[in-house]
Design a binder for this molecule. Structure first.
Ligand code: ATP
Ligand code: MG
Length: 301
């Protein structure tokens, strides 16, 4: 398949899951089991499609790197076991590691809590020409911290700043931060992998029962399931307030991992293809330099 055709197909697939205006967004409208009409027997074809997509991504990343103008930031948020790690692993499997970095954000350290919450994330923003991946991000500040308000009280904020508008203010700050980044040449795409509680339970049981997966399991994850409803409300508010044309959310059905990967790959291809990526043109001075170097090499004894 030609690059143009892959880009066209990626656009069509990704578009259905992209949210650029949050006002009317409702999480319940998105079915975690959705596969865009593809059936289990289409899985091998989907996997071939993913392979073609991964190659297309590598080609686009090479231009991004050579051009050295835009940086791309991909943010992943999800409940546990929704497949963030495996989506990142599969979708980015073809890209040049030199042009890509993944950062996982866990519970903040004492040092991190002594700063504003964007501090630790800003330090890891990708350079121009690179793709940066945030496995969780500053959005945890309106997710886990909102669901467990005790975490907010660990942040040493001046008490007079803990107002009833705090969550709305944080969401607005995030939206503006992303607009600021866009204006500085950072293209942001955000992914919420939407898994159902039934599928999460299945995956937890599989982790418990499989020797190679036990290390991934933590009993705390099971306790977090008890807050499912609160988390979904927090995710919905987050998407409603921070989905913009410059930094859209993709709400990706996540009960079928093969489909999740396909949609994420499509969205990343679409994002890169939306930039006018091309290899830098050699200017007059560069052409002279190349001509000189060719001559020098050919004349070597
Ligand atoms: P896995 O899929 O392997 O479980 P993970 O992303 O869940 O990966 P963990 O180390 O299990 O990684 O969990 C990180 C934890 O850190 C999450 O529970 C998350 O909510 C928490 N966390 C991240 N950012 C913050 C934050 N700003 N404040 C409080 N907790 C946070
Ligand atoms: Mg976890």
């Amino acid at each position: 398949m030609q690059l143009d055709e892959i880009i066209q197909r990626a656009r069509e697939l990704a578009q259905a899951y992209r949210i650029t205006k949050g006002d009317t967004f409702r999480l319940q409208d998105i079915d975690p089991e959705d596969t865009a009409g593809l059936e289990a027997e289409d899985k091998p074809r989907a996997q071939e499609g993913l392979q073609a997509g991964v190659q297309a991504l590598a080609a686009l990343q090479d231009r991004l790197y050579a051009q050295d103008r835009w940086a791309v930031l991909l943010i992943f948020q999800a409940m546990d076991a929704a497949g963030k790690d495996s989506a990142i692993k599969h979708v980015m499997s073809g890209v040049n590691p030199q042009g890509c970095q993944v950062v996982a954000f866990k519970e903040p350290s004492a040092e991190e809590l002594d700063h504003d919450y964007l501090w630790r994330c800003s330090k890891h923003l990708p350079e121009r020409g690179r793709i940066g991946i945030f496995n969780r991000s500053y959005y945890e500040e309106v997710l886990v911290v909102r669901v467990h308000e005790a975490l907010l009280h660990k942040q040493h904020l001046p008490p007079e700043l803990l107002t009833k508008d705090l969550w709305q203010d944080r969401l607005r700050d995030m939206r503006r931060f992303e607009r600021y980044l866009y204006r500085n040449g950072v293209l942001i795409r955000k992914f919420f992998l939407h898994v159902s509680p039934q599928e999460q339970k299945k995956r937890f049981l599989e982790r418990i029962d499989t020797h190679e997966k036990q290390w991934k399991f933590s009993a705390a994850d099971v306790r977090e399931r008890g807050y499912w409803h609160d988390y979904m409300a927090a995710y919905e508010a987050m998407i409603r307030h921070t989905a913009t044309a410059e930094a859209p959310w993709y709400v990706v059905p996540a009960d079928h991992k093969w489909f999740t990967r396909l949609v994420v790959a499509a969205a990343v291809i679409e994002a890169l293809a939306s930039l006018d990526l091309h290899y830098p043109q050699a200017d007059e001075a560069k052409r002279k330099e190349l001509a000189w170097a060719r001559q020098a090499l050919l004349e070597e004894q």
